[in-house]
Write a protein that binds this ligand. Structure first.
Ligand code: SF4
Ligand code: SF4
Length: 106
């Protein structure tokens, strides 16, 4: 989306900035580490358990060091409360998030 007609904020010093809202989260890439949940200032994210069929039962042989919690993943449970700060993406080790601007309501 272009910046024209996008929701635009101001810094304290009066400089415009365009929030980049979290619009998608790749649940297949997510390792359930919870980093995004810890930094999100809004009630946007919820961690959920994977279905038993999706869990890698050979995990003991998996030497992936940042394989924090393969049996859970993060979801965008309340995306309309997002303020577009991008803190979640700054801490996500797997680049799970997609962000976009949002149009001003008519
Ligand atoms: S952009 Fe900010 S408010 Fe939105 S989900 Fe990420 S951390 Fe939360
Ligand atoms: S920081 Fe990334 S990998 Fe970790 S729980 Fe959040 S979306 Fe998943």
């Amino acid at each position: 989306m272009g910046a024209e007609n996008a929701i635009t904020g101001l810094t304290r010093g009066g400089t415009p900035w365009v929030p980049q809202f979290a619009v998608a989260l790749d649940e297949a890439k997510c390792i359930g580490c919870g980093r995004c949940y810890k930094v999100c200032p809004r009630d946007v994210l919820t961690i959920v358990q994977r279905a038993i069929d999706d869990i890698d039962l050979d995990d003991e042989d998996d030497d992936d060091e940042d394989d924090d919690s393969d049996n859970s993943f993060m979801t965008l449970s309340n995306p309309m409360d997002c303020i577009g700060c991008e803190a979640c993406s700054r801490v996500c080790p797997k680049a799970c998030f997609t962000h976009d601007t949002a149009a001003l309501a008519a």
